[in-house]
Design a protein around this ligand. Structure first.
Ligand code: FAD
Length: 503
């Protein structure tokens, strides 16, 4: 046995991040001899209390934990999510969908959107959405799981995620974690002890006087960033010049007419508003820039647009776009809001927790804490944040809106380098290039580039394997297949009822 093996892992915080980490690490490493996991959380402090929409990668996380999908749906009051509908982003009155999965069907190895671009030049007027089974099913409130073994069916191209109550998800994972041996410690941390020579965290002191020692600490303390930010002083990298929204107000309401398996993001005068239908309620929130609108005005805009009766008082939140310069410092790794935050426009925060846990498992340290491994972790984390930031900025930067100072600011932002390159390539040749295994796929980039009105300057030469006439015929045939498949799908409610996922 390696004498340097970590024996005491301490997780600070019991929000979504803390319990996701606890559930995953106890599942994988819980049976190691002489290895303990403590999780410290304070009911008096509570959690951030928002965060409902996810992206398809969460299916991998749930599968790794061994969750039964229908039990998970019931426990977290979840609905399916087939994409995000963007309303009024390009211009007022316009909408498009960023769907999960892929467009079209396989067409001779050339990405589908090149054939669609060629079709446009040949007079076709269809929207990209019509070739996405996820987009079309979402609009009809239909759901069936993907069918990867039926390559001729559009269902083979479907991707999905969930909309759920993140508080319930954390409680569900808490139950599993405790059964897998995680020791939950209730109490407020009032002091953090550091080794005087190395500066490594040695122990946490609680208000009760209790002391929790550890060798590796996961900082899941939320925006406070108790260990990484406050104790170790790792600076925050501020990206607000690209993403100026710094506040949100959230409120749940009773279910209204929209129960579609899709998250709606509606652009407002100085921000945007989310609508996330769960099985038992709708999550709503208005994300905005405090430099452009007052809190009272932002709350009034949110309240004026609820589809049902409010179920709580408005919950105001403050944040800054960006991340800690290093997610891992000494013997502390930050996950969740303690490590950074990018606004929830593309539902990426819970995913960032998941990918942070996956990276940590790959690079799980010994007490040597090898600097090159820590450096690798930090580089990969930073790159992931950069990639997501660029994708988010695209939504604001590529807009025709000029109806407020806010949108004028957003339109005139200098895009970050990576985004500028992607925009240039799409404008010149219609190509989307996915680098270093970045989170968002070609489909995601195509959906938002096209949706935000960026005009492609060409298409892949191999799309000329089909004549114009053949292309138009093929496009019409795929649209028909997608529409017929959607017609035959059950509604989301029927699917959940039939499979035991309804609450
Ligand atoms: P928190 O939930 O804040 O948990 C922090 C924990 O630390 C708590 O248990 C607290 O008690 C504990 N703690 C702190 N200080 C101490 C102390 N001194 N002593 C003891 N315990 C302490 N993500 C998505 O993926 N999709 C979304 O749609 C989405 N929407 C969002 C909307 C908004 C407006 C915001 C702000 C966030 C959103 N998120 C979303 C992000 C998501 O809410 C968080 O990423 C996720 O819930 C993780 O939060 P957390 O666990 O890091 O922090």
């Amino acid at each position: 046995m390696n004498p340097d093996r970590i024996r005491k892992l301490v997780i600070v915080g019991g929000g979504t991040a803390g319990w996701m980490a606890a559930a995953a690490i106890s599942k994988i490493m819980g049976n190691l001899p002489d290895f303990s996991i403590d999780l410290v959380e304070s009911e008096a402090i509570g959690t951030v209390g928002v965060g409902e929409a996810t992206i398809p990668q969460i299916c991998l996380f749930n599968a790794m934990l061994g969750l039964d999908e229908m039990e998970f749906m019931r426990e977290t009051h979840a609905t399916y999510k087939l994409g995000i509908e963007f309303v009024d982003w390009t211009r007022i009155g316009h909408k498009y969908i960023h769907p999960f999965g892929f467009y079209g069907l396989d067409m001779m190895g050339v990405e589908f959107h090149h054939h669609w671009l060629k079709g446009r030049l040949a007079g076709d007027t269809s929207e990209l959405d019509e070739y996405s089974i996820a987009a079309m099913a979402a609009q009809s409130n239909k759901y069936l799981p993907p069918a990867p073994n039926q390559p001729k069916s559009p269902l083979s191209r479907l991707g999905y995620a969930f909309q759920f109550d993140a508080g319930r998800y954390a409680r569900y994972l808490r139950g599993r974690s405790e059964r897998q041996g995680v020791n939950r410690v209730e109490g407020r941390i009032v002091e953090v002890e550091q080794d005087p020579d190395s500066g490594f965290i040695a122990a946490l002191k609680l208000e009760s006087g209790a002391r929790v020692e550890g060798e590796l600490f996961l900082d899941c303390s939320g925006f406070r960033s108790l260990l990484l930010g406050q104790t170790l002083g790792v600076p925050f990298v501020d990206w607000s010049k690209w993403l100026p929204n710094d506040r949100a107000v959230a409120i749940p309401c009773t279910l209204g007419p929209n129960r579609k398996p899709i998250t709606r993001a509606t652009a407002r005068r100085c921000g945007w508003q989310w609508n996330i239908p769960l099985q038992h309620r709708v999550g709503n929130g208005h994300v905005y820039s405090s430099a452009h609108i007052s809190d009272d005005e932002a709350t009034a805009i949110l309240l004026a647009d609820l589809e049902g009766e409010p179920l709580a008082a408005p919950n105001p939140l403050r944040f800054l776009a960006g991340h800690r310069a290093r997610a891992w410092e000494k013997n502390v790794v930050a996950l969740g809001l303690a490590g950074g935050f990018l606004e929830p426009l593309e539902s990426t925060s819970i995913h960032l927790v998941q990918s942070g846990i996956a990276r940590l498992m790959t690079l799980f340290p010994t007490r040597e804490f090898k600097p090159q491994e820590i450096e690798r972790y930090n580089q990969m984390t930073q790159q992931e944040y950069v990639d997501i930031r660029d994708f988010l900025v695209l939504h604001y930067n590529a807009t025709e809106r000029d109806d407020s100072e806010y949108w004028t600011y957003c339109r005139n932002i200098d895009p970050p380098e990576g985004l500028a390159e992607k925009l240039a390539m799409f404008r010149s040749s219609g190509r989307v290039f996915r680098e270093h295994n970045e989170l968002f796929t070609e489909t995601s980039w195509e959906a938002v580039l096209v949706g935000q009105g960026i005009v492609a300057g060409g298409y892949h030469p191999a799309a000329d394997l089909l004549t114009d006439e053949e292309t138009l015929k093929r496009l019409a045939s795929i649209r028909g297949t997608v529409a017929r498949t959607v017609e035959q799908m059950p509604t989301q409610e029927e699917f959940l009822e039939a499979n035991g996922g309804a609450i």
